[in-house]
Design a protein around this ligand. Structure first.
Ligand code: AMP
Ligand code: GLY
Length: 423
């Protein structure tokens, strides 16, 4: 079959590598893709938000199955456009992708169906938000309602900071129309875990857990980023945590969406915080995490395409997901200055080594091909990933492999997976 992947980051490279392994796939396209994806798929120069052009391409090439990797096109309704044209596509429709697209929607859903999450209030009017903050407990968390590239969350230690936050989100529109509404949330403490799942509208299958490192600098200092590295599984995701989440969070979310007339088909990413009062949902995403996909997909034994087809055809209950009994660590190599300002266009050396080694992967995020050479083309450039018998071995191997590649202006965190030393 012919498969099209929509997106261009490290997550889409990981999806492409898994798709290429499937015996069902004989032609793989990616729009728009990147230099690394170009080694396993034919890259097509159509942007992820050009829904009509993408659907026209899928029709012209008789693409059998399309996988949407990114949040923006999902929230914008790309799946509806494909379905209207009779095309098979993996991902939630617009009315279900709202689970990620609106924090107010997801918080109201959790409240209505008793799914554990932080206490909150929603505001459309900045004056009402400011009045509420006068009485709120500190620190307090402010969230722009809509998509904001993972940056629309402010943790405010003082009332002054919180007032500034309301101004920047709702009045100065720092995150654009994402800030037309705002959620003010109770601050929680605990370890964070990312849990990805496949969903067919009724049935949910949970994948191995992972942990991201969102801050730019070592020791969780610096600005929030899209993610500087991950490990999987998380040793803090114990059997007890899993049982609790299965009883109170996972199926409950799928059932709630179905009850609301918004059946969810695709990947639900549960961002959990393990608080002293039990696991609570920090956020939902309507797609694989980036760079969570880079440590979870390489460990999955199933044919990913077969699982995704089962989701779209509503027969996920017939599939069991199996994982290798090992671990993986991904270290992101970024451009110095990310997530604020950085230079691009530096040649990347040493990539060929990864083709010769098993259990090592170099997932491309911001890369491009210029005059036959692969160059840096974004903030997050590469996700160097290694599998190992356990987390410590995987971490050692991932940090060994980052030495194989080089580009000017390279930046990484040195403490990805350090938390596993606490176990
Ligand atoms: P989100 O996009 O909602 O996952 O938020 C981004 C990050 O902000 C999370 O990964 C947490 O580290 C932090 N965060 C979000 N909500 C809360 C909360 N209620 N309490 C503490 N930290 C939070
Ligand atoms: N790594 C977090 C995310 O993909 O949202």
């Amino acid at each position: 079959m012919k498969v099209l992947i929509v997106g261009s980051g490290g997550r889409e490279h990981a999806i492409a590598v898994s798709a290429a392994k499937s015996p069902k796939v004989d032609k793989l396209y990616c729009a728009p893709g990147n230099a690394g994806i170009g080694q396993v798929a034919e890259c097509v120069p159509i942007g992820a938000m050009e829904f009509e052009k993408l659907a026209a391409f899928a029709k012209e090439q008789a693409v059998d199955f399309t996988i949407i990797g990114m949040d923006d096109p999902l929230v914008g309704g790309i799946v509806d456009v494909f379905e209207e044209q009779g095309l098979k596509v993996f991902g939630p429709r617009k009315n279900a992708a709202i689970l990620e697209g609106s924090k107010a929607f997801s918080k109201d859903l959790m409240k209505k169906y008793g799914i554990p999450t932080a206490a909150y209030e929603t505001f459309d009017d900045p004056q009402e938000a400011l009045a509420y903050l006068e009485t709120a407990k500190l620190p307090v968390v402010l969230k722009a309602d809509g998509l904001a590239l993972g940056k629309g969350v402010l943790i405010c230690q003082t009332l002054e900071e919180a007032k500034e936050g309301v101004k920047s989100i709702m009045q100065d529109k720092k995150f654009g129309s994402a800030g037309n509404r705002m959620v003010v949330e109770e601050f929680m403490t605990g370890r964070e875990v990312s849990v990805l799942s496949f969903v067919d509208g009724k049935t949910i299958r949970i994948l191995s857990s992972a942990q991201d490192h969102k801050r730019a600098q070592d020791g969780d200092q610096g600005l929030n980023t899209g993610g500087m590295g991950t490990f999987s599984p998380s040793p803090f995701y114990t059997k007890e945590v899993d049982t609790f989440c299965r009883n109170h969070i996972y199926q409950a979310t799928v059932d709630a969406m179905a009850a609301e007339g918004r059946p969810f088909v695709g990947v639900i990413f549960f961002g959990l915080m393990l608080t002293e009062n039990g696991p609570k949902v920090l956020e939902y995403n309507a797609r694989f995490g980036d760079p969570e996909a880079q440590v979870v997909l390489p460990r999955m034994k199933n044919d990913m395409i077969e699982v995704m087809q089962a989701c779209v055809e509503g027969r996920l209950d017939q599939i069991q997901i199996e994982f290798e009994d090992n671990a993986a660590v991904c270290v992101v190599l970024a451009s110095n200055g990310y997530p604020v300002a950085y230079e691009k266009g530096y040649p990347i050396e040493g990539l060929e080594r990864f083709e010769k080694e098993t259990d090592y992967y170099c997932f491309h995020a911001g890369t491009a091909c210029r005059d036959g050479k692969i160059v840096t083309n974004g903030g997050r450039v590469l996700g160097v990933t290694a599998k190992g018998a356990d987390l410590k071995q995987a971490r050692r191997k991932a940090y060994e492999a980052v030495e194989w590649v080089h580009f000017d202006n390279q930046y990484m965190r040195h403490d990805i997976g350090k938390a596993i030393d606490d176990v």
